[in-house]
Design a protein around this ligand. Structure first.
Ligand SMILES: [Zn+2]
Length: 389
């Protein structure tokens, strides 16, 4: 079946809203809400504290049955500083591809879900589908958490969640998790010629960063390993460091940010504890002996749990049947799937487009991917229509 022009029209509408994470997504959600309302579907919004952004949740079919959730984020990464050859928030169809910010990550999935909704509603529905669309995914999977909290408390919640992040319609049942932290080091200022009475925050921070690097090497060399993930081990990375004001002053402040991209079975908090223990035993004693009250403090920045769904889990079997694939995959990037899993809703990642095109200038999706997504959803519809399905 050729690609439904409704899908492309819907994707074009969604791309037209500049939902870069720093912006509100309420206009897009109002558009989606109105569209669903015209189909007779009520949707609910779960707002952020400021009321500037929202998740949208809508049920198609009987609300008293668990059903299957189709989930995606509505925000996109910025285009600032990127060299685009077309207007990023206006779709362009060229050479069998659609170009625009969010075409692969991940408005095409949402667009196809919405475009095919009337088809789904045209028959009697036995198993409901839920649309779960979030905000602020790109800045740490922040938005979806309140939606998952709300769903987790319901007597009836989805029994399976399909997150349509770009996997080229491969069934992804596991991905790494990420824990990131900011560390602030408080030293004691002194003239640089009197460094013995100061506590050098930059040097203390450097020792901690160096320890993080040793942890990174250990995981690289000794594992644990998961050969299906790239790279096949937990990584440790320090991304920023700021400290000191002038060469002739012993610096009193330094801060750095670091993260663990961990195998789903590795506990990132244990890794963090290892660093904290090292700091407490090997770095802070010398600082304290010079000036009490100096030392390290740690503040969490974000945590995206890893995803690890069993090969024989129902949601994996379902996604395999819908794609016609016998195999599953694991990916290195994080998604909202781990949060759904933690909320008691088994999840897989399976959506159109490639992560290779995500976040880049001239982001695109192959029309064939949209086509495959339609086939996938229509197979899902068949199952949901069937009695007892
Ligand atoms: Zn994404």
């Amino acid at each position: 079946m050729p690609t439904n022009s409704n899908s492309i029209d819907m994707i074009a509408r969604l791309i037209g809203f500049d939902t870069t994470s720093r912006n509100s997504n309420l206009e897009l959600m109002a558009f989606v809400g109105d569209y669903l309302k015209d189909l007779g579907i009520e949707s609910e919004l779960v707002h952020n504290d400021e009321g500037t952004k929202a998740n949208l949740y809508a049920t198609l079919g009987p609300a008293d049955k668990p059903g299957i959730a189709l989930s995606g984020h509505t925000d996109v990464v910025p285009v600032d500083g990127q060299d685009w050859h077309s207007e990023p928030f206006q779709i362009i169809e060229k050479n069998g591809r659609l170009y625009g910010r969010g075409t692969s990550d991940m408005k095409s999935f949402i667009g196809v879900c919405l475009a095919l909704a009337p088809e789904f509603l045209a028959r009697e529905i036995n198993t409901p589908l839920h649309f779960a669309f979030s905000y602020d995914e790109e800045i740490g999977c922040l938005g979806v958490r309140s939606l998952i909290d709300a769903l987790a408390q319901r007597a009836v919640k989805p029994s399976a969640v399909i997150i349509g992040e770009p996997t080229q319609m491969k069934v992804v049942r596991a991905h790494k998790g990420k824990l990131s932290y900011r560390c602030k080091v408080s030293g004691f200022e002194a003239h640089s010629s009197l460094s013995h009475i100061g506590v050098n925050a930059v040097e203390a921070a450097a020792e901690a960063v160096s320890y993080l690097k040793s942890m990174a090497r250990r995981h690289r060399d000794q594992g644990p390993f998961d050969s299906e993930l790239v790279p096949p081990y937990t990584t440790v990375h320090t991304g920023t460091i700021h400290g000191g004001t002038a060469l002739n002053i012993v610096p009193k402040a330094c801060s750095f940010e670091f993260e663990f991209w961990h195998l789903p079975e590795d506990d990132p908090h244990a890794l963090l504890d290892e660093l904290r223990d090292h700091v407490a035993q090997h770095i802070e004693p010398e600082m304290h002996s010079t000036v009490p009250g100096t030392g390290f403090s740690f503040e969490p920045m974000s945590h995206i749990p890893g995803l690890s769904t069993d090969e024989d889990a129902e949601v994996v079997q379902l996604a395999k049947a819908l794609t016609g694939q016998n195999t599953t995959a694991k990916v290195a990037f994080g998604t909202e799937a781990g949060l759904f899993q933690a909320g008691g809703m088994p999840a897989v990642v399976c959506g159109p487009g490639s992560i290779d095109q995500a976040h880049k200038p001239d982001e695109f999706i192959e029309l064939d991917q949209i086509n495959q997504c339609e086939v996938f959803l229509r197979r899902l519809f068949e199952r949901c229509w069937q009695a007892g399905g």
